[in-house]
Every structure is written in C-alpha cells, then in structure tokens.
Design a protein around this ligand. Structure first.
Ligand SMILES: [Zn+2]
Length: 420
C-alpha cells in the first residue's frame, strides 16, 4: 500500500531527524560544559574566594569533567543501542524469536517486556560499574563493596519483577480488552500505580535498601520538632538514613504524601551540619511541603502522560508506527507489548526538547523552598549548609549557563547563594 509505505517512511524520517537533532544538541551541551568547567578550573570564583579552598574547587572541576566524559560515551553507546533495537531490527528479532518459542498471547508479550528490560539492564551494567567503582572510587566517594552492589542489583531485579510484571499484565490486558478508549483506562491505572508508589516507596521499598531512624540527639530532636510544628508538619516525619553505607555524598530530601510524607537526612549530611544548619535544611524541605511541590510535579507528570497515552492509543493502531521504527507487527495477534516498547524507545528522542521546561520548574521550586527556609530560619545557616552540600557532592561552582538551563534540577551554587 503506497499510503502506508509513505507514512512508514515519514515515521522513520521523523525519528531519525529527532534522534540526530537531540544527539547534536546533547553533544553541543556536553562539550560546552567540559570547556567551561576546564577553563575555570584554576581559580575559585570571586564570590567564593573566602569560603571555598582551591583544592576543593579543582576536585569539583575534575569530578564534573570525569562524569561529563562518561556521559558522552554513554550517549554514543545509547544511540547505537536505540538504533539497534529499532531501525536495525533488534526488537523485531526478539519479538519473532519469542513468538516462535512461546506462540502469540499474553505470556509472549510479558516475556517480550521482561527480555527487553533484562537486555537493557545488562547493556547498562558496564556503565553502572564504571561509575561506582572507577569514578566515585577515584574521588573518594564510593563506600560500596562489590557484594553490596550485587545485592542491590538482585533486590532491584526482584522488585522490578514483583511490581512491574503485574502492572504490565494489567495494562496489556486493558489494551486488549477495554476497546478504543483503553488508553484512558491504562492512564488511570498508571496514575493509581504512581500514587501507590509514592506511599509504598518511602515506607516499604526504601527501607529494603537503607535503615531509617528517628533523630538520636535529644536536643536536636527538640529543636527540629518545634520547627516542624511551627510549619504544620507531622512531628514523626523526620528520619536519618544510613547513606554512608554506599557513598560519602550528602543529601536531604522530602518525599511521599499524606501519612507517608517524610523528610530524610543522610547521616553523612547530619554529621557535617551545625544545629542551626540542620534547622535551615529542614526548613527548606518543609518549604517543598508547604508549597505542595510534590503534588504540583505529579499533576504536571499526569497531564503530560495523559497526552502520551492518547498518542500511544492512536499510533498503536497504525501499521506505519511499527514498520517505520523497524518492526513487523503481528498481523494475526496482539502487538500491545511491541507498541509499548517502541513508544518507550521513541518518546525520549522527542521529549528531550521539553526537558528545559521541567528543569526550570524544578529550579523554581528550589528557590521557593529556599525562600521559605529563610522566612523560618537564619539565611546565613542555609547558605553555609548549602555550601557544605555543594562541597560534599563536588558540585562545580562554574557550570556552563546553557548546560544548567537544560539539565540542572537544582540551581548552581552561585545563583542560589546570591539570592540568600
Ligand atoms: Zn529542595
């Protein structure tokens, strides 16, 4: 059919152009970042001249450069893998092999999803190993043994299977059984699943990997409880996590909603902060809570995913969507798992171009949380705590401004401290 053939070619063309454009943009951004950081390596920026020693500044630069170089390699390999799955026929081969082995049906479709996830995970292993045991190790951040790393991976695979397979089966079933509006039902399922995850992640999943304990120091606990009550936050919501088991990086975060909401401090951060700084960081996290940032982020994500499911509902019925991305659809049976995978592979190539919008929203939330912290505690405490955080994570003080606009979920130190 000529109409289908030209639609198929158009799909291939759109995919190839978007892939090339996103790769070119990412390469350009990465080289900008590398050049900018390397150029500013030899001098601490004037604003930090008295607070950041030169060796710490240079360590942050070297760490940033090492990660950026690995990202460049990973980007090239990722593009090759993406082409391998799609236009070069990898997914088609996997799908055909599983049909020959298992026959068409729900079992084959679930096996296709599982095999895809497994192969993807294996291809990612060398990068994950190199990141932890070479880069993090070289800069003194890694605290993981290979045994712990393997145990984490095994838990991740089991969790992925226990949680992922039932939800995948439910969505595949809806795709086959719910008629032409299946995508609306699938979206609702996905929304429900994410809300559930927001509750079970902090309470059940994260504790499988780390220990979470209430604050031990009674004086600090009293301060912190007073601050939380002032901000209208449940008094039992602060936990200390043994982050030092895996890494020397320091962090604090706010997660969950309803009764499951909590603020988590890494023990690595707590060990470094004065009581006033603990207050300031906690007030920042409570600022995320007060401004309802998690709810806003979820709402945005659900709106975007509704559009995504609508597009998937449309393209999954079109032969050109499959053939244009290098896959022969099964004319006799269901193609639902195939459609899901092709969609997951193709979407990031296009959605990369809206990532600056998401990053900008996230950075705005950080400024709002900082402003809230300043209204509740001493701004100087927040400034000194943030500086320790940037130092412990070897975050560069001199990132490329355009790179920041695209990728940074948190504002760089210079911008953030200038506002305090
Ligand atoms: Zn924050």
């Amino acid at each position: 059919m000529p109409a289908d053939l030209s639609a198929s070619l158009l799909m291939t063309l759109a995919f190839a152009v978007a892939l090339l454009a996103s790769l070119a943009t990412r390469y350009w951004l990465a080289t900008r970042q590398v050049r900018h950081v390397a150029r500013h390596r030899d001098a601490v920026p004037a604003a930090f001249a008295t607070t950041v020693p030169l060796p710490a500044h240079q360590k942050a630069a070297d760490y940033t450069l090492a990660k950026a170089r690995l990202d460049l390699l990973e980007m090239a390999v990722g593009a090759a893998i993406l082409l391998g799955w799609t236009l070069l026929g990898g997914l088609d081969l996997l799908n055909r092999s599983l049909i020959a082995l298992l026959g068409p049906g729900m079992g084959q479709q679930l096996a296709l999803l599982a095999a895809f996830a497994l192969v993807g995970g294996l291809l990612d292993l060398p990068f994950s190993l190199y990141r932890t045991f070479v880069i993090e190790q070289r800069f003194g951040f890694n605290k993981m043994t290979l045994g712990l790393w393997l145990a984490d991976m095994a838990k991740g695979v089991v969790l992925g299977a226990v949680i992922g397979l039932p939800i995948a089966a439910l969505i595949l079933w809806l795709m086959g059984a719910a008629g032409s509006t299946w995508w609306l039902w699938a979206w609702a399922t996905w929304v429900g699943f994410n809300l559930l995850l927001l509750v079970i992640y902090p309470t059940f999943i994260a504790p499988m990997f780390n220990k979470f304990k209430p604050l031990e120091d009674p004086a600090l606990a009293a301060r912190v409880t007073a601050l939380m009550q002032r901000c209208g936050f449940a008094a039992k919501g602060l936990f200390v996590m043994d982050g030092s088991r895996r890494s020397a990086h320091a962090n604090a975060y706010f997660t969950g909603f309803g009764a499951a909401k909590r603020v988590v401090f890494y023990d690595t951060l707590l060990a470094r902060l004065s009581p006033g700084e603990v207050d300031a960081v906690l007030a920042h996290e409570l600022g995320h809570f007060r401004h309802r940032h998690i709810v806003k982020r979820m709402a945005g994500m659900f709106a975007i995913s509704l559009a995504g499911f609508a597009v998937l509902g449309w393209v999954s019925n079109e032969i050109w969507f499959y053939t244009g991305l290098g896959v022969r659809p099964n004319l006799a049976g269901a193609n639902d798992a195939l459609a899901l995978l092709l969609f997951l592979l193709a979407v990031p190539v296009f959605s990369f171009f809206i990532s600056p919008l998401m990053a900008a929203m996230s950075r705005r939330h950080e400024f709002e949380a900082d402003a809230f912290a300043v209204s509740q505690t001493d701004g100087r405490d927040l400034a000194s705590a943030l500086l320790k955080l940037y130092e412990d994570n070897a975050s560069t003080l001199t990132p490329d401004p355009v790179f920041v606009r695209f990728y940074y979920s948190h504002p760089p130190a210079g911008e953030r401290l200038a506002r305090l």
